[in-house]
Design a protein around this ligand. Structure first.
Ligand code: ES4
Ligand code: ZN
Length: 324
């Protein structure tokens, strides 16, 4: 089974590039850029990854991202992730990046996008991994800040296909970003949003009705609302579920308590993703393998989960047909 899961072609639709920063690269970039880190060793960094909740994680994640300064740093970060994809048979990926994490530190959005885009291009040419980039707004900041970020990104509009919404969910409902998402759609971008991770089912309804999202990131708390489950199933709205992330951030007590297989059996278009692989214990391969160890995952279900991701990808029908 584990060999089957490793060799199965996979697509990833929910991962944050800043969340693929492994401690080894964090130290290398800190040294290269003359930045002091609050840890002395890789082991100390990993020991700090004992999160009580989403906010604990985000505090560390933003601190780690501080070592990313130059175009080459963003290239190296993205390239390291793509090399992991290669070893795990991830043949298509749609990563997020958080421009505000960097522009707030005085880094130009062009530096960020150019480094990422150069690595994604290289990944297509050298590794045969297709990709689409998603710009994600930080929801703990204001809608005005998101508008400014979208304006700054428009000169690079051909480098990303969608906008998303991440960071602290509770208290920052999708409704707060209705106007900036409308502007993004008007500019031709698709939309997605994190909803129903720590936030209530109501936030999933808002993401659908107010932000007109094509996919819901996480969405696992939809199981608390039968009418919402019915809608997600009827409209075949993809959910980008992140099993190891949900356990590390204590959305579920353990993987054997996760509802991913129930959601799948209820007819929802569920996918498996790594979210922040450097922080949550693994990439796509580890997510599938840990699921098979702790849940009664069948081969047919694994194939269905993988197939769903290709179907939910932001690529043309012709490109899908070539990947499937
Ligand atoms: C995130 Cl797991 C998660 N939730 C919300 N925002 C995030 N950014 C990076 N990972
Ligand atoms: Zn996420």
């Amino acid at each position: 089974m584990e060999h089957f899961l490793s060799s199965m072609p996979k697509a990833e639709l929910h991962m944050h590039l800043e969340g693929s920063l492994e401690p080894e690269l964090m130290f290398e970039l800190a040294q290269r850029n003359g930045i002091e880190l609050p840890w002395d060793t890789v082991d100390q960094v990993r020991a700090a990854y004992n999160f009580g909740n989403l906010q604990d994680f985000l505090d560390l994640y933003y601190q780690g991202a501080g070592v990313l300064q130059t175009e080459q740093d963003f290239y190296d970060l993205t390239w390291a992730y793509l090399k992991q994809c290669e070893t795990q048979n991830v043949i298509h990926t749609e990563p997020f990046f958080d421009p505000q994490t960097h522009t707030a530190r005085g880094i130009d959005i062009g530096t960020v996008i150019s480094g990422i885009d150069r690595a994604l291009l290289h990944g297509r040419e050298q590794l045969g991994i297709s990709s689409r980039l998603i710009l994600s707004f930080l929801r703990h900041l204001s809608e005005e800040d998101a508008f400014r970020t979208l304006e700054q990104a428009l000169p690079y509009r051909d480098k990303f296909v969608a906008v998303g919404l991440d960071s602290s969910e509770a208290g920052n409902p999708p409704a707060k970003f209705q106007r900036v998402f409308e502007k993004a759609r008007h500019e031709g971008f698709l939309t997605v949003a994190h909803a129903g991770e720590e936030g209530p089912p109501e936030y999933v309804w808002q993401a659908l009705d107010l932000l007109k999202v094509s996919r819901i990131d996480h969405g696992v708390r939809a199981s608390e609302d039968p009418a919402l489950i019915e809608r997600l199933a009827r409209e075949q709205i993809p959910l980008t579920v992140c099993p190891l992330s949900n356990v590390r951030l204590r959305v579920f007590r353990s993987l054997d308590q996760h509802n991913i297989l129930q959601l799948l059996e209820q007819g929802l278009k569920v996918t498996v993703n790594s979210d922040d692989p450097a922080y949550f214990g693994g990439y796509m391969g580890e997510n599938f393998i840990e699921m098979s160890r702790q849940l009664p995952l069948t081969r047919d279900q694994a194939v269905q989960l993988s197939h769903n991701a290709f179907e939910a990808a932001f690529v043309s029908d012709d490109e899908k047909a070539a990947m499937l």
